[in-house]
Design a protein around this ligand. Sequence first.
Ligand SMILES: [Zn+2]
Length: 317
Amino acid sequence: MTDQAESARYCGQCGERNPAVNRFCVECGARLLRSDELDAAGAIADTVDARLAGLAQLPEPAIVWPDDLPRQITGADGALLRLVPGGFFWMGTRERKPKKKDERPFHLVWLDPYYLDEHPVTMGQYARFLSASGHRKPASFTSRRRSPDDPEWARLPVTQVSWQDAQAYAKWAQRRLPTEAEWEKGARGVDGRTYPWGEEPPDGRAAFGDESALPDATGRFPNGVSPYGIQDLAGTVWEWCEDEYDQDFYPRGPPRNPCCRDAPHPPEADYRVLRGGSVQSSAFCLRATFRAFNLAKMTSPVYGFRCAADVARYRRP
Ligand SMILES: [Zn+2]
């Protein structure tokens, strides 16, 4: 339904006027229901949606470890992946008037369970992909300060990879890129914290803040782990996500397993999301809510990625 009455709606909680496409209030994050989200009888068809709309009791999100999924698995490329259990988490910034409006609103999102790489993909892993696939060699293989003879070389995060390069690797490794929501939940857990470890500043917990530095080896900051035991999410390298970038996606995106595939850009402007900040970033960019983006074809000495995996094949009977 797209009649005149649907062109805007007022939030029942705070009174903010929202565009009709919004599913969350841009001001307060309250769930707004669209007519296409109601079934024929006018009831909310989906139980998750019903809870989000306040029509059923919604407990504060919690990490609940399931019995039927291993906490840790090994990918086809030898990478370790950590389980992120399904359920609600708080996405976006708590600030009502943030410097970057694209982090608004603070809202509840439901994600099915998934696995996320414990570390960004490394030079050692990417080298095996190149030998097996004949894929284009990134510039980082010839321009790095460490040589391949250095034992630390294989643990450097791979860089100067485009979003398409990251996709090709993920497919080869029988995985996929995380969605922006999966990246954020993997980094901050369910309680809306600022950094993977909580609220303390990132000093001693992440590689950041040096504009002339290049990313060093992964796994050097055990104090920087997320609630799921995932490392290097803040700092080191910016990480490509699956989503197209849309500054207005949070209020209009679905509350369940969101992933932006319809950003209002022309096809030649294929902007994709980058998360987590790099060794060159300020602490502000290391916040788990910070949304960066670039054209999918772009590469940088501080752009890398990690992969995610669906849980179906790992479920125990
Ligand atoms: Zn509101």
